[in-house]
Each structure stands twice: as C-alpha cells, then as structure tokens.
Design a protein around this ligand. Structure first.
Ligand code: BDR
Ligand code: CA
Length: 303
C-alpha cells in the first residue's frame, strides 16, 4: 500500500480525486489537509468533511492556510461556484478536525511514519512550502510529491498561468527548489483528461457516488459544460499512483515567475537547450481513452 497525504482545495475535480483515493485499497490516505484555493479554506474544509462523511471514512482531516505566502488571495468561485462544491445535498457534517494547523499535523504524521509518505497536492502549494521550510527534517521521509499545477501550453487564468500555481507562486518556487522528487501534472496533460458530456450523463447510472459526482460536476462553470467535456485535472495525480502507464514523462527543468504580470507562469527547458538542472518529472502525454475508461470504472466500483 502506498501511504499518501492529500493536500486539497475541494473543488469539483478535487472531490472526484478524493473519492477515488479514499476508497482504493492500494492507497492508504494517512491524512487530508485543506488549503485556500478554489474557494476559501473554511469552505474547502467543509467540503472535504462532506466527502469523508459520504464515504464514511475516519481519515484525519486538518485545516491549513487561509492565504498564500505573499500574494493576495484570489479564488476560483467563478468556476467552482460560491461554496466550491454545490449541487448535491450533503447532510451537515458533525465531524471534528485535527486540533492543530495542517502543517503541524502533517509533519507529525510524516516523522512518525515507519514508511516514506507521498504528498499528493491538488491545490495551491502554500501548506507544502510552509511544511518544507518549518520542518525540513520531513524531507528524508517524503517519497515523492505528486502535484497538479503549472503549464507548458498557456494558462487557464490569464493567457499564461495555471490556477494552482498562480494563487501562490512563491510556494511553488520553494517546492521546486526543495530537491525532492517531484512529479508534475500540468495543463498539457490535464486538459486532455476529459469526461465528455456523454460520460458525465453516464455518471448518473453509476450508483450513489456517480449521482453525487454528476450533481457537483453539473455545477462546474455554472453548469456550462461544453461539448468537449470537463477537465479532470486533479484526478490525474491519483490515476498516476494507480496506473502510471497512462502517462509519459520527461525530466526537465521547471521554473516559475513569482512577480509581475507573468506571476504564476511556468517555464520548462523541454529541449534541454540550456542544460539546467532537471528538477521535475513532467507529464507530457496522457492516453486519453484509457484515462477515461479507468476513471469511469473506478467510480462504477464505488457505492
Ligand atoms: C486546478 O485549479 C483548480 O480549479 C482545480 O481544482 C485544479 O486543481 C486546475 O488548474
Ligand atoms: Ca484543486
């Protein structure tokens, strides 16, 4: 079993990633931490509770940072709706959170673990940057960081920056410079991780989980799902842990602009023209049909 900690900002695609990760027997989710991203951290934390309740999981949940390290916080409520995960009538959660800040709870669990832990990050990297700066001793206990963020094909916020990286570019810089093994899923592949309109409709037939995901997916961009379908950005990280053969990778140097109009923009030395140190394993290709079939099959297995 792979031991993972998921740092997340649910968020519609985050919810689907959590659903698959929490229920898959090959993954042990040691903890979930929340961060300000798609919506504010109170909402992302409430949303994580709802998903845990839905699957009746006792996974420890801790609330993380409410603002980026230096930049002013910007959310994505335009895309994910005001509360980040509307559309399904989840019961009110009575679940309690871990007592301390997510960064402290993460280091505690990572240091106490008998095996190395993989960090899966599907929101802005604020908590992870704080973790590495405050508790550098965790590094030797981290197997890998698998993240959704960045782009080599232009942005989904402005013309160049991907959302997770744009929210907290300084945090990204700290993580990119950490020397840890980093596996990165940027827009080049995640924009091809699609469920078509027809697939989304099919979800309704896939049990209670399918119905729940259908309801929240229907609130993406206020319900405006275009013909090409919905991008399952965050699910790529979980797919990689379970079926890495669905992706091709290239080791490269990956850097981020932290200020000015290009803040949050990533640059990759894909042709190795500058022979700079390779700091990431970047996903460059996805087998689109296999991804889609895998995702629907995973959901069909659930309640
Ligand atoms: C990323 O931004 C968020 O809106 C999604 O949940 C995903 O993590 C895609 O750019
Ligand atoms: Ca996310």
């Amino acid at each position: 079993k792979k031991k993972i900690i998921i740092d997340t900002d649910p968020g519609i695609d985050d919810a689907a990633a959590l659903a698959i990760a929490l229920t898959n027997p090959k993954l042990e989710v040691a903890m979930i931490s929340t961060v300000a991203g798609n919506v504010n951290v109170n909402y992302t934390t409430e949303n994580a509770k709802k998903i845990l309740d839905f699957f009746e999981k006792q996974t420890p949940l801790a609330k993380g940072n409410s603002i980026p390290l230096l930049k002013e916080y910007e959310d994505a409520s335009l895309i994910h709706g005001e509360t980040g995960m509307g559309g399904y009538d989840f019961p009110k959660s009575e679940r309690s959170l871990l007592a301390e800040h997510a960064v402290y709870e993460m280091q505690k669990r990572i240091l106490a673990s008998t095996k190395k832990v993989t960090l899966v990050t599907i929101g802005p990297l604020t908590n992870i940057a704080l973790l590495l700066n405050m508790y550098p001793e965790v590094k030797s206990q981290i197997a890998e960081i698998v993240m959704m963020g960045g782009s080599t094909i232009g942005g989904n916020t402005n013309s160049s920056a991907e959302f997770n990286f744009k929210v907290d570019p300084h945090a990204v810089q700290i993580v990119l410079n950490s020397g840890l093994d980093l596996t990165v899923f940027g827009l080049r592949v995640t924009t091809k991780a699609l469920l078509t309109k027809k697939d989304i409709a099919e979800l309704k037939t896939l049990g209670e989980t399918g119905k729940m995901l259908y309801s929240i997916f229907s609130h993406y961009r206020g319900g405006d799902i275009d013909q090409a379908g919905l991008m399952m950005h965050d699910i790529c990280t979980i797919c990689y842990l379970l079926k890495p053969e669905i992706f091709d990778f290239q080791e490269t140097n990956f850097e981020i602009a932290v200020s000015g109009p290009a803040a949050g923009t990533t640059v990759a030395d894909l042709d190795n023209r500058y022979s700079i140190e390779k700091n990431v394993k970047l996903a460059v290709k996805i087998k689109e049909k296999q991804f889609r079939d895998w995702m629907l099959a995973e959901i069909a297995k659930l309640k």
